[in-house]
Write a protein that binds this ligand. Structure first.
Ligand code: SF4
Ligand code: FES
Length: 322
């Protein structure tokens, strides 16, 4: 995980945290705005969440002094307490267990509570022309594209040679405000694969199986190993944000739901592996995966998401040849 790599700055330093912010427009103003539907696998109809709803957007720089081992969550909490209480971000456990604080860190999905200042800060590469210029590493911060409620003050302006960390909301999810995204669609997609043990008849009303065993069911170490790591998934959505199919808005159940399905398909106590595979074998299920495998890189639990999905695809293909 990039956030755990210690590199770059090694002593307390002043750096710039650049945050891509947004604030939803009042409903009356928003109705004139352009909006795009979120992942159609989960939602349809006029109440479907929008991926890019009408909002005021701007980029804001905050200058802070931080220790190398400080997490980016520490940095944002410091900013919120001491500089700008209006900055919105989500977190809960603070140590990589709840999965609620996923953001883009320098363009890559990561957890705020796991990424450190030392592992994330980049120097302004003065004199190095980027292959594709972005808002990062401008010689001087250009200010918000639209007038923000907190325009950058002169003391917050990025200077050449500054250490910089850029934060943005996770792609693939509708942005609610600043770094907070709406993950409801992802959880609906996970629920759609019935993420519970099925040892009897799967109830049609999506309720947990009434046939769950009343007695202990033993497993061998190898049977446990087949799904143990998959059960560590914290539904953080980083794999979804890294997937160009899901984040691009295509009709796709998404890697997080496929990992949830694989966890039960691989469990020897579950009687419905084939039913589960049949349910995933559709165009907006496994058929939408293009095996790009970008999903594996950011997983904070070390799950090889791409390989997990590939094994599901292999299983459906081998079953179809029986
Ligand atoms: S598979 Fe990994 S990256 Fe994807 S939701 Fe689960 S923990 Fe997060
Ligand atoms: S705050 Fe819970 S995983 Fe980061």
């Amino acid at each position: 995980m990039e956030g755990k790599r210690q590199r770059g700055i090694a002593a307390p330093t002043t750096l710039t945290i650049r945050v891509h912010r947004s604030k939803p427009l009042p409903r009356a103003q928003a109705q004139g705005g352009r909006a795009r539907r979120s992942n159609p696998f989960a939602s349809s109809g006029s109440n479907a969440p929008t991926r890019r709803s009408a909002a005021k957007r701007w980029v804001q720089d905050y200058r802070i002094t931080a220790q190398p081992q400080d997490t980016l969550l520490d940095c944002l909490l410091s900013i919120k307490r001491q500089q700008d209480p209006s900055l919105a971000f989500r977190y809960s456990c603070g140590h990589g267990m709840c999965g609620s604080d996923g953001v883009l860190i320098n363009g890559r999905p990561g957890l705020l509570c796991e990424a450190t200042v030392a592992g994330s800060a980049r120097s302004d590469p003065q004199g190095t022309a980027p292959f594709r210029p972005t808002t990062r590493f401008l010689p001087q911060h250009q200010g918000p594209a639209t007038s923000g409620e907190n325009p950058p003050s002169p003391q917050n302006a990025l200077e050449v040679g500054d250490e910089l960390i850029e934060l943005a909301p996770l792609p693939g999810f509708p942005v609610l405000r600043d770094l907070v995204v709406d993950t409801d669609a992802m959880f609906r997609q996970i629920k759609a694969v019935h993420p519970w043990l099925g040892t009897g008849t799967v109830a049609e009303n999506d309720q947990p199986s009434p046939g769950a065993p009343a007695v202990e069911v033993k497993q061998t170490p190898s049977q446990l190993k087949a799904y143990e790591l998959l059960s560590d998934c914290i539904s953080c959505g980083l794999c979804e944000a890294a997937c160009p199919i899901y984040a691009g808005g295509e009709a796709f159940i998404g890697p997080a739901a496929l990992v949830a399905a694989a966890r039960f398909i691989n469990d020897s106590r579950d009687d419905h592996a084939q039913d589960r595979l049949n349910g995933l074998d559709r165009e907006d299920g496994l058929g939408a995966c293009q095996s790009i495998r970008a999903c594996a890189r950011p997983c904070p639990r070390g799950i090889d998401v791409g390989e997990t999905i590939w094994k599901l695809i292999e299983s459906t293909e081998s079953a179809s040849h029986l």
